[in-house]
Design a protein around this ligand. Sequence first.
Ligand SMILES: Cc1ncc(CO)c(N)n1
Ligand SMILES: Cc1ncsc1CCO
Length: 227
Amino acid sequence: MTFCEKTWARTAALLDAIHTHPFNAALGEGTLDRDRFAFYLVQDGRYLVAYAKVLATASARATDPADAAFFAQSAHTALVVERGLHAGYLGEFGLTAEQTGQIATSPTCLAYSSYLQAAALSAPLPVLAAAVLPCFWVYQDVGTALLARTSGAADHPYRTWISTYADPGFAASVEQAKAVVDRLAELADPGTRQAMEEAFCRATEYEWMFWDSAWRMESWPTARWLT
Ligand SMILES: Cc1ncc(CO)c(N)n1
Ligand SMILES: Cc1ncsc1CCO
């Protein structure tokens, strides 16, 4: 079994919890309320800007030029998605930059972004590569599952979002990311391999938490004491 196959199998129950989470169930049904989706998009826009910088750092740190090119390309795509998809939906919802600016970055969004940024600066490159993989893989998995459920509906409010992650081009980038991680895992010593597995699992936990925090429209419990 490859590193990716083994680690994906280890997260099976967590992945199932992601697929059946009320946020994703409602997203697939098209019944997710706009406030929750807009909240998600605002958080995700901030997450993707941080994520793109993490990928750019992975590119800078990669020793293999092909890996460096892959991470740089992915950083670019993440920013293009952020600017297109997010700005498109928020514009459609009539939300101005001033309004979205008033939404605080949630504790979970900050935690996930900070975790990846810390890995970018201080984890061994194979561990960093494993930490950024669930972002690709989980979204592709969720996107394709949702597309299968929505293809019957003529008019679906979240079809553009779903199509982005169910896109064959995105699936190809997921395969590339898995290939990079599998190759780095094969070359890694057992301790590094263990740290890669922990990073993959932790990032997948954050993926579940990200959906859950959007569903709850998570805020800071301490906000009331600051003006
Ligand atoms: C939280 C999160 N994970 C993964 C992706 C995929 O890009 C995303 N947009 N947001
Ligand atoms: C992981 C990821 N998420 C949005 S874009 C991107 C890079 C894939 O090309």
